[in-house]
Design a protein around this ligand. Structure first.
Ligand SMILES: Nc1ncnc2c1ncn2[C@@H]1O[C@H](COP(=O)(O)OP(=O)(O)OP(=O)(O)O)[C@@H](O)[C@H]1O
Ligand SMILES: O=C(O)C1=C[C@@H](O)[C@@H](O)[C@H](O)C1
Ligand SMILES: [Mg+2]
Length: 201
């Protein structure tokens, strides 16, 4: 990348770090949206620690998510997910990628909304399906009709993901371009909200 592009990227990352002022940045969205892979790049740019709630749960349970669903059931996975996220939200200066279902839990959602800047990485059905089809590590899609299941999840979840503070669309472009679009969308969010007078009714 050209030097000017790099310094613009660095400048925007610095601006966003200032605006966040230590608050966690939390990524939400469907499986395959890019929360983990874009989140790592974003954390690098912001010089923040990166956490992934799925990876934290796997580490604590010493088993993979498909194994956990199989041996302990989804309910136990979900309660672990809520605990892990509420613990991580106490850490300053982090980027946290959440599992696809985490923001659907009203308690977890309220915690994220109060402690962090939340960003929905949104992608369309075909792109998500293409990405999740590469690996068979998503237990919720192990159904007779994974396309239909993914569609149903999208219909149920998108109105809730839309409650995130910021939405950024992931298209079929490199991870780094999505990370740049995400930084820009967050800066635009702060700009919009700064322009609201404090005493507005
Ligand atoms: N912008 C992108 N360009 C190319 N590939 C991408 C992009 N974003 C994500 N991918 C690919 O899609 C797959 C899923 O991405 P990732 O694991 O980051 O999704 P996720 O949102 O964390 O999903 P989950 O909720 O299942 O953890 C990976 O193979 C990743 O490399
Ligand atoms: O969308 C979901 O509900 C899930 C997404 C993954 O990140 C994992 O958290 C798990 O496979 C469940
Ligand atoms: Mg992930």
């Amino acid at each position: 990348m050209k030097r000017s592009g790099q310094s613009r990227r660095g400048e925007q990352a610095r601006q966003l770090s200032d605006r966040l002022n230590g608050r966690p940045l939390v990524l939400v969205g469907m499986m395959g949206a890019g929360k983990t892979t874009v989140g790592r790049r974003l954390a690098n740019r912001l010089e923040r620690s990166f956490y992934d709630s799925d990876e934290e749960i796997e580490r604590a349970a010493q088993m993979s998510i498909p194994e956990m669903f199989e041996q302990r059931g989804e309910a136990e996975f979900r309660s672990g997910e809520t605990r892990v996220i509420s613990r991580l939200l106490n850490e300053p200066n982090i980027v946290l990628a959440t599992g696809g279902g985490a923001f659907m839990n009203p308690e977890t959602r309220a915690l994220i909304k109060s402690a962090a800047l939340s960003v929905w990485i949104k992608a369309d059905f075909e792109l998500l399906f293409k990405r999740v089809s590469k690996r068979s590590n998503r237990p919720l899609l192990k159904t007779a009709d994974p396309r239909g299941t993914l569609k149903q999840l999208i219909d149920a979840r998108y109105p809730v993901y839309a409650e995130a503070d910021v939405t950024v669309v992931s298209r079929d472009v490199p991870h780094d371009s999505v990370a740049s679009a995400l930084v820009e969308a967050c800066l635009a969010y702060f700009k919009r909200n700064d322009s609201i007078p404090a005493n507005a009714d």
